[in-house]
Ligand binder design. Structure first.
Ligand code: SF4
Length: 511
C-alpha cells in the first residue's frame, strides 16, 4: 500500500482512531508562491517545507466532525470535553434546521449535550460523567444512535471512551458511536471529517445483522439488483446547498442513473445501506477520500474523486468521469452539449459586466481552484490570486491544468492577517471566500460574497449561472462595503500591511 493511498485496509477501520492526515496524505499547510511553483513542489513531494514565524489560530477538527454528525437524523451527540470546546457549536442547530427545511426533511431538533469537564475531572477522570450523560440521553431522548465526540482533554488524560462503549454495548436501545476528534492530534482541520466517518463506518454502516423480511417475489429481487447496478451515491458536504444537490442529482438522472445523495442529513438506514451502490462519487476530495477509500475496501465499490463540479469545465469533467464508468460517454456528450449551449448563451450579458474586473478566491482547496477557473476562463475576469486552506495531491492536476502558472498563491487555513496583507496590495474588484473571512475583507472595502452557502446554488450548470449573477449583483452596488470600510478599521498595523507577506514565511525541514 502506498503511503499516498487513502485505501487503507479494512483491518485499520477496526482500530479506534483514524490515522491523522499528516501520516496519511502528505499535505501542505503553509505556502507562499505561485500556482506553478506549488504544482512542481507537490509533484516533487517537497511542498511542506515552509512554516510561519507568526501564526493565528486555526480551526479545530472537533467542530468539523460535529458539523458532519449534527446533520444525521435521529441521533444525539455528546461532546465529551470542557464547555469551551462547544463555544462555536451553538449555531449548528440553526444550520441543521435551515438545511433540513430546504431539503424538505422533518424539522426535528439537533440534540446535543456536553459533559462540561472541569479541573477536578482532569484529575479524577471524566468517564463517570460521560456514562451519566449517555444514560441521561438514552432516557430523555431515545435516539437511534448516541455519538460521543471526544475532545482534547479526555484524549490527553486518557478517558477510555471505547471501553465504556464496550461496557454499555447491548444494554441500550441506541447504538453508541465513539468519534475520536481530539483537536491536538492534527494540524489539518479536515482530519475531523476522517474522524467522523471513521466512527460512522465502524458503528453505523451495516453495524449488526438485522432481520430482513424475505419476499417470495423474485422479480422484486431482480429489480433491486438492477437498481443497485445503476445507483450512484453522490457524497454531499456541509457547505453544499440543497440547490446544489438537486442540480447534481438532476444531471446524474439525465444519464439514466439513479442518484442517491448522502451521508449528510441521512437516516441510519441509508447509512447502513451505503455499500449498495454501483459507484461512489465525491464532490470534494477534502471531505471524502477516507470514507470512499474505506467503502472500496469493504464493499468493493469503485469511486471517483476528481474535480469539483463548479463552473463549466468542472461540471463537464465531473459528468464525463461518471459516464465513463457506465460506458455512457455518448450520452454524456449530448447532455453536456445541450447544457453548455444554453448556459453560455445565458452568461453573455453577465460576462460583459464582469470581463476585465479583478478577482481573488479563498477557501477549501478544490472548491477555490474550480471557482477561480470559472471566473477567469469562462467569465474573462482578471484572476489576481488564490488562497487554498491547504494543498495536497488532490489538486495537483488542477494546479497544472486549470490556472495560470504565475498566479499568486498562498496556502493558509484562516490566517486573516496574511490574507488581508495580500488583498490590501492586490486590491481586487471582487473577493469570494470562505465564510469568516468576508467580514475582514469588507472592512478593507472590497466587495465580496461567500464561497458557499445555503441560500443559492453554486454547483453544476445552474450553479454557474447563479454564481455569475451573484458577482454582477455585488459589483453593481458596492455601497455597503464602502460604508463599512469608511467607518470601521482593521486591527492591523501599517508595518504589517506594508510588509511582504513572504517575510512571515520561513523554510523548515521536510516533514
Ligand atoms: S482544539 Fe481541543 S481543546 Fe481546543 S476546542 Fe478543539 S477539542 Fe477543544
Amino acid at each position: 500500500m502506498s503511503k499516498y493511498s487513502s485505501e487503507l485496509t479494512y483491518g485499520q477501520a477496526a482500530v479506534f482512531n483514524p490515522p491523522p492526515r499528516e501520516t496519511r496524505i502528505p499535505s501542505c499547510a503553509v505556502y507562499c508562491g505561485t500556482c506553478g511553483q506549488l504544482s512542481e513542489d507537490v509533484t516533487a513531494g517537497c511542498a511542506n517545507v515552509q512554516s510561519r514565524k507568526f501564526s493565528q489560530s486555526g480551526g479545530c477538527q472537533l467542530s468539523l466532525a460535529v458539523g458532519i454528525l449534527s446533520t444525521l437524523a435521529n441521533v444525539a451527540v455528546i461532546i465529551h470535553s470542557p464547555l469551551g470546546c462547544c463555544s462555536n457549536l451553538s449555531g449548528m442547530g440553526a444550520l441543521r434546521a435551515a438545511a433540513r427545511a430546504a431539503k424538505g426533511k422533518p424539522a426535528d431538533d439537533f440534540v446535543w449535550l456536553h459533559t462540561n469537564l472541569t479541573e477536578l475531572d482532569v484529575v479524577n477522570g471524566g468517564i463517570d460523567k460521560l456514562k451519566r450523560a449517555i444514560l441521561y440521553t438514552e432516557k430523555e431522548y431515545h435516539p437511534e444512535a448516541i455519538i460521543i465526540a471526544n475532545g482534547c482533554v479526555p484524549g490527553i488524560i486518557g478517558d477510555d471512551i471505547d471501553a465504556l462503549v464496550a461496557e454499555l454495548d447491548g444494554t441500550l436501545g441506541a447504538i453508541l458511536v465513539p468519534v475520536h476528534c481530539e483537536g491536538f492530534k492534527s494540524r489539518f482541520v479536515p482530519s475531523g471529517y476522517d474522524s467522523a466517518y471513521h466512527g460512522l463506518l465502524r458503528h453505523l454502516v451495516e453495524p449488526r445483522e438485522r432481520y430482513e423480511r424475505v419476499f417470495p417475489d423474485y422479480a422484486r429481487d431482480e429489480l433491486e439488483r438492477y437498481n443497485d447496478s445503476i445507483t450512484v451515491n453522490i457524497y454531499n458536504v456541509g457547505s453544499n446547498s440543497s440547490g446544489d444537490e438537486t442540480e447534481l442529482a438532476r444531471l446524474v438522472s439525465a444519464l439514466g442513473l439513479i442518484p442517491k445523495v448522502l451521508p449528510l442529513h441521512a437516516g441510519l438506514d441509508d447509512l447502513a445501506d451505503i455499500g449498495r451502490a454501483a459507484l461512489n462519487v465525491s464532490i470534494c476530495a477534502t471531505h471524502d477520500d477516507y470514507l470512499l477509500g474505506h467503502l472500496k475496501e469493504r464493499f468493493g465499490t469503485p469511486y471517483i474523486i476528481d474535480t469539483f463540479p463548479i463552473g463549466i469545465t468542472g461540471t463537464n469533467q465531473w459528468l464525463r468521469k461518471i459516464a465513463e464508468h457506465f460506458h455512457l460517454e455518448a450520452e454524456a456528450e449530448r447532455l453536456i452539449a445541450v447544457e453548455t449551449k444554453e448556459l453560455v448563451e445565458a452568461l453573455i450579458p453577465l460576462r460583459a459586466e464582469l470581463q476585465g474586473k479583478s478577482i481573488f478566491v479563498g477557501g477549501g482547496e478544490t472548491r477555490v481552484l474550480a471557482t477561480a477557473e470559472f471566473f477567469w476562463e469562462t467569465l474573462g475576469m482578471n484572476l489576481v490570486g488564490v488562497k487554498p486552506h491547504h494543498a495536497d495531491r488532490f489538486i495537483e492536476e488542477m494546479l497544472t491544468d486549470l490556472l495560470p502558472r504565475n498566479l499568486e498563491l498562498i496556502v493558509a487555513a484562516g490566517q486573516p492577517a496574511e490574507e488581508i496583507n495580500v488583498l490590501n496590495k492586490l486590491k481586487p474588484d471582487l473577493y469570494i471566500g470562505h465564510t469568516g473571512s468576508n467580514g475582514w475583507v469588507t472592512k478593507l472595502g472590497i466587495p465580496n460574497f461567500p464561497l458557499f452557502g445555503q441560500s443559492f446554488n453554486y454547483m453544476g450548470y445552474s450553479g454557474a449561472w447563479e454564481l455569475a449573477r451573484k458577482a454582477v449583483k455585488i459589483l453593481k452596488n458596492p455601497s455597503f462595503t464602502r460604508n463599512i470600510a469608511a467607518n470601521l478599521s482593521l486591527p492591523l498595523s501599517r508595518e504589517w500591511l506594508e510588509a511582504d507577506v513572504s517575510s512571515n514565511i520561513k523554510q523548515t525541514e521536510a516533514l
